[in-house]
Design a protein around this ligand. Sequence first.
Ligand code: ZN
Length: 288
Amino acid sequence: MKLVRYGKAGHEKPAVLLENKLIDVSNVAGDIDGNFLESGGLEKVRAFIEAGEFDAKEWSEDSHLAAPINRVSKIVCVGLNYAKHAEESGMEVPSEPVLFFKATTAIVGPYDEVVIPKGSEKTDWEVELAVVIGKKASYVSKESAMDYVAGYMVHNDISERAFQLEKGGQWVKGKSCDTFAPLGPYLVTKDEVADPHNLDLWLKLNGETMQSSNTSDLIFDIPTLVSYISEYMTLLPGDIISTGTPFGVGLGLNPPMYLKPGDVMELGIDGLGVSKQSVVAFEDASNR
Ligand code: ZN
């Protein structure tokens, strides 16, 4: 299933996207969040769809989409998880997963604007496969790790490189600004993705391909990441693990190139849809 949250900001409704039609599932799902995943929401929605007693409405580009999951307790990001990206960043390929947090207040919808933060000169893009946790995970083995995965989404791990790398301390400062986590368009349930380790992922900036890779190049695969992270913290339903970005970010170009107002990013992953964000200046966003 492809789950979305659509409608006016702050009043989004849960829906299933089926053959380009939106099926409202608010009767069986209050919202798509950790509680929904934990309480068997997916099964209820699946049964509702299979029963076929619903009105479907045409999907259109202006059906405003929010991030497909609400009330995320944490976003755990994995750094340098593609060898060529580690190289372009001038860093060693890690021997253990590099982890950092991204504030959940950074989450926006798949077609929302990305705001260049105040004082930023180095805002950058990163297409990533995001994994959504379906049930509480603490000290889970690699062998059972996939039982804890609910599904997958496209994530643009927007990053401010000066905040991240030049201001000391942890990467979190360069990863957490408002609008720095466009998610979606949809949450695709695990059963619909035959092999999450063989998905093309790409990002275009103003129509030009900047990133083009495949999740088969991940250094640490999804079971390894779920198991590893669960040794250091409890993962809750609805939590997101962003698995790292491949080669082709602005930081790695010679000379480096960063986002400016008016730029348009389009990014996608096989089977997980395409998202698109316009870039706006902080001053313009805050004057509205
Ligand atoms: Zn990243």
